[in-house]
Write a protein that binds this ligand. Structure first.
Ligand code: GLN
Length: 488
């Protein structure tokens, strides 16, 4: 007798479908039932696409019978509501796009569907992906399945909560400063942010274009490898997509960590890190070491500058990207405007929430003629220094490991009045975005019943190393297999 379908990972479900243990329609019905029972509690979904999912599952089952099954044939997943999905609501967590039905599919939506995946729905997120707690969503906060009073992290909090609560085996996400990895850490799931340019951004609503990257949240690194293989690769519709060969990520999982040079950043364990989170991470490092990895201390002197640098670069890019939402070209339009200026002002004033406005104002300020050199240009220079810290470290190590977030999940409402404390949640993840590097978070323990994540960063195109290291760690521990009690 096989385990409950919802308890299985994507890889296990793929094998079950292949063997004919169950059909995609049965699996899809099972998960839609769970979403129905649990979503009112979690608020993880903005849209559930039940009818479309069942139709896609039926086609997948037929394709399998006809011997035409794709790599992900019949496997369910969900998309963060930042990815355009044809004929389906795509809100980006904002009132601005409350009624936006996308006329086209994002490249990754298209590729995953092309491989046979079944989309169950679209997940809640911080508005325009700006946030670390899911509390900036127009659709209300998402609850953390480990403790309903806590945040699941953000901005891909709906995706992370849905995977953690076993409402879906996998979800897409986006990561501009940590939005895949931090919610993965806070919900006990695996989150992978690929190298900048590895996965197409076409059809992914832009926040900060030089930092945004699409990735996945799953229950295991093997599942992340399976999905990345389908999503990755050149796309001529994204000018920053790179034409770099896509390896067999699943094949890369095998092999041990013996001899793997793991860099431990001295500054990661300075003040600011919750003590017991630090202990869980050090124990994870010890597991790697006991299995042959070689730990070396590395120095990242400019790490402290990553949060301030990000909060100049990201708002600058967002102020420019979000200028298109003016009620004329894109986005909600205010009713009965007095004149054109009133139309612009009220459409934007009504459509955007407080955090988005704060970022647009900061961004406009740092790009203004008198302050461009002092802030924006300076931030770009510091961005290089941070990238140089990584490049220097990677002369001696294959991967950098440390905590994903400074604390486990925090209570909803705890940090909303203090943007700086909220921003510091991404202190360990932002560097990888500034330098365009791939990063992954995998569960490595608990503090007071709340999950903790181990963060790994590799050189550009080093996804295979990340996935191998995390997969091997997951073979040696079972943190990633533990399910929140109320959702087992
Ligand atoms: N939490 C960070 C922010 O608020 C990162 C968000 C993200 O990665 N999309 O900008």
């Amino acid at each position: 007798m096989s385990r409950d379908l919802h308890a299985q990972t994507l890889t296990e479900l793929a094998a079950g479908l292949e063997r004919g243990d169950f059909t995609s329609v049965e699996l899809t019905e099972d998960l839609l039932g769970r979403i129905d029972s649990h979503n009112a509690t979690l608020n993880a979904f903005v849209t559930v696409t039940a009818e479309r999912a069942l139709a896609a599952a039926k086609s997948a089952d037929e394709a399998r019978v006809a011997g035409k099954a794709g790599v992900l044939n019949g496997l369910p997943l969900v998309h963060k509501d930042i990815f355009c999905t044809r004929d389906v609501l795509t809100t980006c967590g904002s009132r601005m796009l409350e009624n936006f039905i996308s006329p086209y599919d994002a490249t990754i939506v298209e590729r995953l569907a092309g491989a046979g995946a079944v989309v169950l729905g679209k997940t809640n997120m911080d508005e325009f992906a700006m946030g670390s707690s899911n509390e900036t969503s127009y659709f209300g906060p998402v609850k953390n399945p480990w403790d309903l009073e806590c945040s699941p992290g953000g901005s891909s909090g709906g995706s992370a909560a849905a995977v953690a609560a076993r409402l879906t085996p996998a979800a897409t996400g986006t990561d501009t400063g940590g939005s895949i990895r931090q919610p993965a850490a806070l919900t006990g799931t695996v989150g992978l942010k690929p190298t900048y340019g590895r996965v197409s951004r076409y059809g992914m609503i832009a926040f900060a274009s030089s930092l945004d990257q699409a990735g996945v949240i799953t229950r295991s690194s093997a599942d992340a490898a399976l999905l990345l293989g389908v999503m990755a690769g050149f796309d001529e519709r994204d000018s920053t997509s790179l034409d770099h060969p896509v390896p067999d990520y699943t094949a890369a999982l095998s092999g041990s960590v013996k001899g793997l040079r793991v860099g431990v950043v001295r500054q990661h364990f300075d003040e600011g890190l919750d003590e017991r989170t630090g202990t869980a991470v050090r124990e994870a490092l010890a597991v790697l070491e006991a299995n042959g990895a070689v730990l070396t201390e590395v120095d990242m002197p400019n790490l402290d500058l990553s949060v301030p640098t990000y909060y100049v670069v990201a708002p600058a890019e967002c102020s420019s990207n979000l200028s298109r939402f003016d009620g004329v070209r894109f986005g909600r339009r205010a009713e009965n405007p007095e004149d054109l200026l009133d139309l612009y002002c009220r459409s934007r004033g009504e459509g955007f929430g407080a955090e988005v406005k704060r970022r647009i104002m900061t961004g406009t300020y740092v790009l203004s003629a008198g302050y461009y050199d002092a802030y924006y240009l300076k931030a770009q220079q510091v961005r290089h220094l941070i990238a140089d810290d990584f490049h220097r470290a990677f002369e001696n190590v294959d991967v950098i490991a440390g905590p994903t977030a400074p604390t486990p999940a925090f209570k909803l409402g705890d940090k909303t009045d203090d943007p700086i404390t909220m921003y510091l949640n991404d202190i360990y993840t932002i560097g990888a975005n500034l330098a365009g590097l791939p990063g992954l978070s995998t569960p490595c323990g608990f503090v007071d019943g709340l999950p903790v994540g181990l963060h790994l960063v590799a050189p550009h195109w080093g996804e295979e190393t990340l996935l191998r290291c995390a997969h091997q760690y997951e073979q040696l521990t079972d943190w990633h297999m533990i399910c929140p009690e109320d959702f087992s």
